[in-house]
Design a binder for this molecule. Structure first.
Ligand code: DC
Length: 209
């Protein structure tokens, strides 16, 4: 069984995916972390972020390992853990450029499709491109202001600056960020985290019975 949870930046996908995965007793997989890890390594190597050939050569020479634990995913390259460095503003600013590269998308997709089921997959195109056969699909939205207020609790910037960056990332991510036609769309703005998790679990049960 695969459950997909897609949605716009800072819509609460990771927290919801983690809560749903824990309730179902299965792992969740954060596809965004792989795009973020590719971006971080590219920045550290001084590569141009739109240089797909150099990025992929580096990724093939230094394979990433995604640990899909329900409490929170972790990413490693060899013995080095990257997880804590993947949510910086520097990575936020560069990741859309890397995620727009078809070669990088194919690399992430192959990584995800090799994982053993069952799991909850979280990202932008899990229900559309990567796992179109998933058993239950969800798409999370929220207004830019609500999302910026949430992110401000995790970043040292103010709400208007974060809102502007999120709106720009929405624009850059639009192509790969449309909901699957068979996804249930949930506006997370008016709901507490537990409410969103409950709605997803209810949807999963409806689909599975
Ligand atoms: O969900 P996130 O903010 O961690 O994702 C980081 C970036 O990766 C985001 O700007 C869009 C991109 N992304 C993507 O294009 N496709 C995915 N399946 C997941 C993330």
């Amino acid at each position: 069984m695969i459950v997909t949870i897609d949605g716009v930046a800072a819509s609460g996908k990771s927290s919801v995916a983690s809560g749903v995965a824990r309730a179902l007793g299965i792992p969740y997989v954060s596809s965004g972390l792989l795009y973020r890890a590719a971006t971080l390594l590219g920045l550290e190597q001084g590569l141009a972020l739109d240089d797909a050939a150099s990025l992929l050569a580096h990724l093939h020479a230094n394979p990433l390992r995604l640990e899909p634990r329900a409490e929170g995913n972790r990413v490693w390259v060899g013995e080095r853990e990257l997880t804590a460095d993947l949510h910086s503003s520097r990575v936020d600013a560069g990741v859309s450029v890397v995620a727009a590269l078809p070669e990088v998308r194919a690399w992430v997709d192959a990584h995800l499709r090799a994982l053993p089921e069952p799991f909850v997959a979280e990202g932008r195109d899990m229900g559309t491109n990567v796992f179109p056969h998933a058993g239950a699909k969800f798409y999370l939205t929220a207004s830019p202001r609500v999302r910026a207020e949430r992110r401000a609790k995790e970043r040292p910037e103010d709400v208007p600056a974060i809102e502007a960056a999120l709106t720009e990332r929405d624009r850059l991510d639009t192509v790969q960020s449309a909901p699957a036609p068979d996804a249930r769309v949930i506006d997370t703005g008016p709901l507490p985290l537990e409410g969103v998790i409950g709605e997803v679990l209810e949807g999963v049960r409806t689909r599975m019975t």
